[in-house]
Design a protein around this ligand. Sequence first.
Ligand SMILES: NC(=O)c1ccc[n+]([C@@H]2O[C@H](COP(=O)([O-])OP(=O)(O)OC[C@H]3O[C@@H](n4cnc5c(N)ncnc54)[C@H](O)[C@@H]3O)[C@@H](O)[C@H]2O)c1
Ligand SMILES: [Zn+2]
Ligand SMILES: [Zn+2]
Length: 355
Amino acid sequence: MPSRARGVVARAPGDAVAVHDIVVPEPGPGEVVVAVQACGVCHTDLHYREGNIGRDFPYLLGHEAAGVVDAVGPDVTSVVVGDFVVLNWRAVCGACRACRRGRPWYCFATHNAHQAMTLDDGTPLAPALGIGAFADRTLVAAGQARPEAAGLLGCGVMAGFGAAANTGAVQRDDTVAVFGCGGVGDSAIAAARLVGARTIVGVDLDERKLAWAREFGATHTVNGATEDPVARIQALTDGHGADVCIEAVGHPDVLRQAFYARDLAGTVVQVGVPSPDMALPDIPMIDFFGRGGALKPSWYGDCLPTRDFPLLIDLYLQGRFDLDRFVSETIELDDVEAAFHRMERNEVLRSVVTL
Ligand SMILES: NC(=O)c1ccc[n+]([C@@H]2O[C@H](COP(=O)([O-])OP(=O)(O)OC[C@H]3O[C@@H](n4cnc5c(N)ncnc54)[C@H](O)[C@@H]3O)[C@@H](O)[C@H]2O)c1
Ligand SMILES: [Zn+2]
Ligand SMILES: [Zn+2]
């Protein structure tokens, strides 16, 4: 039997989101229904509302979630009803050319549930990142439900942590600069501290964000509204620039700063999501060649949930990775639109919907 739930829906680009009644199909083969317990408000949800990710409105938002398995499809063996799960928006296929070469974190054929959740009138909903978890219940692919307990690992924390630890391969003694100290950037900072980076510079335009970045492990912070981040990062790294620069904003001007704040042969990681109208900054090709190193986009922190979720959970349980510090407030489903405004005003690191 299909079940009913309440979910936060974006109906048109830029319009305020609202809570609607939705219909959740009974899980078919390879699908599970999860009773959502908590779901973080990620900047990517705001990108969806703005129409920056796609035009498949209406969207059912929310994708950074944990909950309890409520029902499983006929052939599902990876989880059972009652399991606590973190929802993972890149369920790997195991069969594409990336998976077959032993690089499943790049999987080119990640999958979602086959059936669509709908509005009351039957209009299909496009779930954000194939998850749609600002809702009491959501239908996902079995591979998207990882049977490990915990909260915010489902998107921003994993993406930021992985941007530093996986994509940027930050190591002990490295110098690191993180541009944008939101949930994603601060996770990158925490990861850089864990692996033993020597200097960790957080860059933001907001003093509150910079204060939080220091709590997560930034050894220095730079306010890009009042100082030139490139010059300051060079000054903090003996005039050279940082080994790894992580762009966690999603803006060409910031990517340019990250590019020039980097030491020779260093790495730029792009984890911030740009909107479709943005182009790469106009950089002389001789600078690209002459500086060497690598420019690397980071999908979900190049994470492998089967490997990286349990690691982060152990680090959290051991007190070495402070997940709780990301939670600025807990809110209800009806408060997501207001939480977007608080995110835009930089008043929160993460608002978390609890259900
Ligand atoms: N690649 C992925 O898999 C992935 C996953 C999750 C989120 N994201 C993206 O990462 C980005 C950050 O997400 P978030 O949830 O941390 O957002 P957030 O809104 O919490 O944080 C963004 C931060 O960037 C700062 N900022 C804005 N302009 C700046 C500038 N010019 N210089 C320095 N700092 C600036 C803001 O003050 C804010 O603190 C978003 O674009 C989001 O869509 C990507
Ligand atoms: Zn694959
Ligand atoms: Zn996200």
